[in-house]
Design a protein. Structure first.
Length: 365
């Protein structure tokens, strides 16, 4: 369990008259200090944890299921997991401690936990209907300084294709993503993104993840329900589809492993309901069950996905097209799987050994 100096810990404002402070936590427990002003009321909510409240000072009515109880300083109440509850009336300024432990369904025998992980599914919601024009490049050139990243780049992404982007580091793959997102402009040629395209981007750095918030807070934004696919979905249920269940949802993001951060960022991006997914090394640090679930999710996705990856087996299982940065500022667009691209490359270029990426020098017209 991680312990923190009490006074150094930040408060999280839940509403104008209520706030909380996370005192300590690990994967199985969480200890929280709550403060509420007189007159505060909270709508009923539920979560998959067993919760124990200990009132330090004040007076409050707390609802557990259909029962309402009056609590005074020194009183304790236990709330079972998944039971609706709320502080429905605060009579005086009140402080209490909340202690969370996993609900019984989160404490599974090893065999049951393994079976649960093997059944993991990643839900990729379909965004708005994607038109025939997705992303099209014609004669595109892009350089940095005197290094020509690519020249005469030509491709047209299919509306329901999965395009694997391959090549050595520094060849221009991430620059391609920045062009798609409108963060860069081409030096020559035309690069067009269709009017119906709505992008969802998952990068390697996970810059959008606030280390001081819990997994649940990052996804829910403080709301129990999130709007997806034209309907309201329980935020905790959505997170469970990315293998965040029970106490894992209350972990601080700054304490997540690399694989957990990858899964969280994937959940964040897919929540935006894009019809074109940009995935930058999505398989880094994820376990085999999450990898399988991601493959199945992409296979069922109705939009277009563009995936940068060095994992050739992953690409071979999912890709319908390959965009290959082959060095010497040349990019080759191929329709087919990764294995079929390799066969094509062998016929075109022979059995080339992998080599350090080279750039052509930018020539002035």
């Amino acid at each position: 369990m991680q312990l923190n100096p009490y006074r150094d810990l930040p408060w999280e404002q839940l509403m104008p008259t209520a706030r909380r402070k996370l005192l300590c936590s690990d994967k199985n427990y969480m200890f929280v200090l709550m403060e509420c002003k007189a007159g505060t009321a909270q709508p009923p909510h539920s979560h998959p944890h067993t919760q124990v409240d200990y009132l330090l000072e004040g007076e409050i009515d707390i609802q557990v299921g259909d029962e309402v109880r009056r609590m005074h300083a020194g009183d304790i109440v236990q709330v079972p997991g998944n039971v609706p509850h709320a502080f429905c009336r605060v009579y005086r300024d009140t402080r209490w401690l909340e202690f969370f432990t996993p609900a019984r369904e989160d404490i599974l025998p090893r065999e049951e936990q393994k079976e649960k992980e093997e059944k993991l599914e990643i839900f990729i919601p379909n965004g708005p209907r994607l038109g025939n024009k997705v992303i099209e490049a014609k004669g595109v050139a892009k350089a940095y300084g005197d290094k020509l990243l690519f020249d005469n780049l030509n491709f047209m992404l299919p509306p329901n294709g999965i395009v694997g982007v391959i090549g050595p580091n520094g060849a221009g793959k991430t620059t391609l993503f920045r062009l798609i997102m409108g963060l860069e402009t081409v030096d020559k040629g035309t690069f067009e993104v269709g009017e119906t395209v709505k992008l969802a981007y998952v990068d390697q750095q996970h810059k959008d993840i606030d280390a001081n918030k819990t997994v649940y807070q990052v996804i829910s934004g403080g709301n129990e329900l999130i709007r997806m696919g034209g309907r309201d979905i329980n935020a905790r249920a959505y997170l469970s589809r990315f293998n965040f269940s029970g106490a894992d949802q209350e972990k601080l993001c700054g304490m997540l492993s690399g694989g957990e951060r990858n899964r969280l960022h994937l959940a964040m991006a897919l929540k935006e309901e894009g019809n074109v997914l940009l995935l930058d090394e999505p398989t880094n640090d994820i376990d085999v069950n999450t990898l399988r679930a991601l493959e199945e999710g992409l296979d069922d996705f109705a939009g277009c996905a563009v995936v940068i990856s060095h994992d050739r087996w992953f690409l071979d299982r999912i890709c319908t097209h390959i965009l290959a940065f082959e060095g010497n500022s040349e990019v080759f667009f191929f329709e087919g799987s990764y294995s079929e691209y390799e066969e094509n490359k062998m016929k075109r270029l022979g059995n080339e050994e992998p080599k350090r990426v080279r750039y052509r020098k930018l020539m002035e017209d």
